[in-house]
Design a protein around this ligand. Structure first.
Ligand code: DHB
Ligand code: MG
Length: 236
């Protein structure tokens, strides 16, 4: 946000208004989701939730993918978890990892109010100590992984995502544009460097096919990377 001048402040106001316009047409008001955002704000969580239209985008991706096993790295208050859990079939499950116990407590309350806890395996603790357990607990692997936690660890999360997916799985990363900061190769921001290494690893990985999309909207200027594990295993 530090680079905004007056004219692009006006521009970003329009982004928010266009989000509101489209959401009015496409995304019905939902008291459960609104209550979750309110509970997050009241508990003092950072407002890093996805927007409603981004939540719906994730939900549609799960449905298009036919996903029944989903992993989310970075639960925060569970807003995106609600969107994704709702897209799961009855037997489906989303594992969501949150390092901050207070955030996980708020998420658990939000997901319970949403009547979704039977589809959610919420794990509290640093993702890098939690992820090794998932190899044993979910041997069938994940259809989709959403990486949305501390950005400096993104390259490590990608390594785990590759272990926990199968050909045809999707790996989605949030916040890969960061107001355009992502192109600053000499940035001293560890989050920017984490995202840059993450994108470089995705781009050069023989098992992944990927694209990235810039987004604007009520949460400013950012973007997603979407990678698919290739169908044919690579032989070296
Ligand atoms: C940040 C993290 C997020 O996941 C997000 O959606 C927005 C911002 C951050 O750490 O700055
Ligand atoms: Mg995010």
């Amino acid at each position: 946000m530090s680079h905004l001048n007056n004219s692009n402040t006006a521009q970003s106001a329009i982004w928010g208004q266009v989000d509101d316009y489209m959401n009015t047409l496409l995304i019905p008001n939902d008291p459960i989701l609104q209550d979750a955002l309110q509970a997050n704000a009241e508990a003092g969580l950072p407002s890093h939730d996805v927007t409603p239209n981004q939540g719906k985008f994730l939900q549609l991706l799960l449905q298009i993918q036919g996903a029944s096993r989903v992993l989310e790295i970075g639960t925060l208050g569970g807003y995106s978890t609600i969107w994704m859990a709702r897209a799961l079939p009855e037997h489906g499950r989303i594992v969501s990892i949150e390092s901050e116990p207070k955030h996980a407590e708020v998420a658990q309350a939000n997901l319970t109010r949403a009547g979704l806890m039977h589809k959610v395996d919420l794990r509290t603790g640093p993702a890098l100590t939690t992820l090794p357990d998932l190899q044993e607990d979910y041997p069938e692997l994940f259809d989709l992984i959403f990486i949305d936690a501390d950005k400096p660890s993104n390259p490590d999360y990608l390594r785990w995502a590759l272990r926990l997916t199968r050909p045809g799985s999707l790996i989605i990363g949030d916040n890969i544009v960061r107001d355009g900061e992502v192109i600053r190769s000499h940035s001293e921001d560890a989050r920017v460097q984490g995202v840059r290494t993450f994108l470089e690893c995705i781009g050069s990985h023989p098992k992944l096919e990927a694209t990235a999309l810039q987004t604007v909207g009520s949460k400013g200027y950012d973007g997603f990377v979407i990678a698919r594990v290739k169908d044919i295993p690579v032989t070296k």
